[in-house]
Design a binder for this molecule. Structure first.
Ligand SMILES: Cc1cc2nc3c(=O)[nH]c(=O)nc-3n(C[C@H](O)[C@H](O)[C@H](O)COP(=O)(O)O)c2cc1C
Length: 177
């Protein structure tokens, strides 16, 4: 019995070490980034958490655009609802966001600054209208001391409504080859 317990313990240790734990954490206002998050989860597995601002963004695009710009200009760090997960438990963090005014929404900065990413891999993925990633990847690197930040996956918001699994697979193969 003792030998069996010992064997099981070693087995659990080996399996635990071999399996990198994935967290897919994202902010999505109108659902585009969420679709990519779902695709990533379907391909790599792992836990999912959505960043929700405690003060919801306005529904109207004009008001939302105004609030987002004001947050950026004032360097705001909006609070977010409890994620229900502990970043410390994961090795690889897939971080998703829409591009807002050339970078991440400020609530994503709050998330990054509230957590310790030392020794972790951050794989960013972003959706956008026309501009591409903007400064988001260098902004992530600036605020996540000690993390390895991979090349980002980017896709236009409208393209997320079509099948984008192959594009995601190509990106995953590139960053985890
Ligand atoms: C406040 C705001 C600012 C935006 N700024 C940009 C931008 O700078 N560049 C860009 O290409 N798209 C911009 N967009 C478009 C979004 O990035 C795009 O629609 C994205 O796919 C939305 O993702 P979501 O559905 O996950 O919220 C902006 C949208 C909003 C609401």
């Amino acid at each position: 019995m003792k030998i069996f317990k010992c064997f099981m313990f070693v087995l659990f240790m080996i399996v635990g070490m071999a399996r990198a734990e994935n967290l897919i954490v994202y902010f999505s206002d109108s659902g585009n980034t969420e679709r990519v998050a779902d695709t990533i989860q379907a391909l790599v597995g792992g836990d999912m958490a959505r960043i929700e601002s405690k003060i919801p963004y306005p529904k109207s695009d004009t008001d939302k655009t105004y609030v987002a710009k004001r947050e950026q200009e004032s360097g705001a760090r909006p609070e977010y609802e409890d994620l229900g997960v502990n970043v410390a438990n994961y090795d690889v963090i897939f971080l998703g966001y829409p591009i807002w005014w050339g970078t991440m929404p400020m609530v994503v900065y709050t998330f990054l600054e509230n957590n310790d990413f030392k020794g972790k891999v951050i794989a960013p993925f972003a959706t956008y209208g026309t501009s591409g990633l903007g400064s988001s990847v260098s902004d992530i690197k600036r605020v996540t001391y000690g993390a390895v930040v991979t090349e980002a996956f980017r896709i236009r918001g409208v393209e997320t409504k079509k099948d984008h699994a192959e594009a995601v697979k190509t990106w995953l193969n590139k960053i985890f080859q």
